[in-house]
Design a protein around this ligand. Sequence first.
Ligand code: C2E
Ligand code: MG
Ligand code: MG
Ligand code: MG
Length: 291
Amino acid sequence: AAKDAGRDQFHLHTLALDEAVQAEVEVRAMLGQALNDNRLTLHYQPVVSSGGTIWGVEALIRLQHPEKGLLPPVAFFSALDHPRLARPIGRFVLETALRQGEIWHREGLALRMSVNISTRHLLDTRFLDDLQEALAKHPGLPPEHLAIEITESAPLTDMTGAQMLLRACNRLGVCVALDDFGTGNASLAYLQRLPAHSVKIDRSFVLDMINDPNDLAIVAAVITASRMLGLKVIAEGVETAEHAALLIKMGCSHLQGYYFSKPLPPEDIPVWSTRFHFAPLMKDVVPPMNV
Ligand code: C2E
Ligand code: MG
Ligand code: MG
Ligand code: MG
């Protein structure tokens, strides 16, 4: 009977695995199909400076599904890093974001453009060529106004390789942002070893900092260390006025979150930018230094 139970368990286990593999295959097919059919788009979420104006936008991918509507990356996350999709998707995102950034610059809206780069695309030997090609096609967007967002896991696998690659990006003029900072194994010392320009504090810390003193301590430490090293700090997941006020008081120079705006389709950005003012908040808050 024990043997039978074991066999049943094994059977269940392989069934669950089959289902997981099947789901992966379907998600990959859906993303590949959407790329072929031109059903991938980018939305743009404003990033504001603590001084109260729009500073830039982050490009965030969306998939237009024939039945389910507009899907966020959580619906196809694993496939973004798939060996056959990471680079084509990455090239599409770079091209689309740079084209849009160039249009806004030509219209006099000089926004910083942040683009998420999958670790697989970043570590592909052709990544620098892809980046250079996109920049060359869109000379109206100054490379200094482009930031590539990378997650901390990428350099952790090969620090020397990552340093060389990011330095090459710097030589092109492109800025580097460390995304989701604090969620992985990276330490504060790590900030000093990478040629990065900014750090994005993961939204999980920002959302919990009001109630959890440990999260508040992490946010404060990342802000302080980053500033001492000359890096910009962008807080993600700013959902309330209280979050914003507390972050600014701690010296955070840039903020992003639903409190200001959700990610928007490109046509909504110019109007949003001109209407946006965030002065009321500054009344009872000590302004940060050097920003
Ligand atoms: P991320 O780069 O950390 O992007 C921030 C995510 O937080 C976005 O989710 C954004 O909509 C969400 N967010 C912003 N403000 C708030 C807030 O106040 N509260 C909450 N709860 N969430 C907020 P989104 O667009 O669903 O993207 C999820 C992740 O997918 C991104 O996280 C990024 O890692 C990845 N991703 C997005 N676009 C691309 C892309 O073009 N290429 C690649 N490789 N990955 C992408
Ligand atoms: Mg990001
Ligand atoms: Mg992030
Ligand atoms: Mg992320």
